[in-house]
Design a protein around this ligand. Sequence first.
Ligand code: ADP
Length: 219
Amino acid sequence: MVSHELRTPMAAVIGSARTLQQRWRELTAEQRESFLELIAGETGRLAALIGDVLDTSRIEAGTFSFRFGEVDVGELVRDSVATAQLGQDEVRVLAEVREPLPQVRGDADRLRQVLMNLIDNAVKYSPEGGDVEVRAYGEDGLVRVDVRDRGPGIARDDQRLIFEKFGRVSSGGLARPGTGLGLFIARSIAEAHGGVLEVVSAPEQGSTFTLELPLDKPS
Ligand code: ADP
């Protein structure tokens, strides 16, 4: 799966670069522009994929590193939602932070990675025009973040599989690009914070992924 996911964008990048090199003079400005756009898009996907593969091998080797500090989860939620909204306009992404929200001890960059993965998935599996809601709130000495979509949902039997390495399911027949590494990495990050990442979902009922973080990481 990974080698296929690597080869396809790589072939597109190499092909486009060659075409630009060999046929530069005969191409119109728009054609050059579209080859460059393709190269930028595909190299971006390659970088993300390589990042996921490297993270996965570091998790398995026990060398995935964290830099813990005080984290304002509300700010992370607002930032991630703004980024997800900037990247596309087919799905509306809404943030609701219930203040006051206590700070948690964690690695802000890694937690942002978890939120971005959950929000990107929610957008990816939402119907056009559907809403994604991201809610952060403090409860029972924990901070919780719910990412809710109105997509195809995930059957109960598949809910364990999606957190496994390379775990992908059909998600209501929707074929979307991906490697199945995102949720594996996201759950590992949650657990390194002494937290959990769970899903509540049913076919045709949408999905709610919940990240639960303790205020202090247990030593
Ligand atoms: P990827 O998205 O790269 O396949 P993930 O680990 O992020 O990898 O997700 C694993 C699988 O879980 C996806 O392939 C998809 O089948 C399912 N999934 C994740 N999020 C959702 C969602 N919000 N709605 C429906 N299915 C989902």
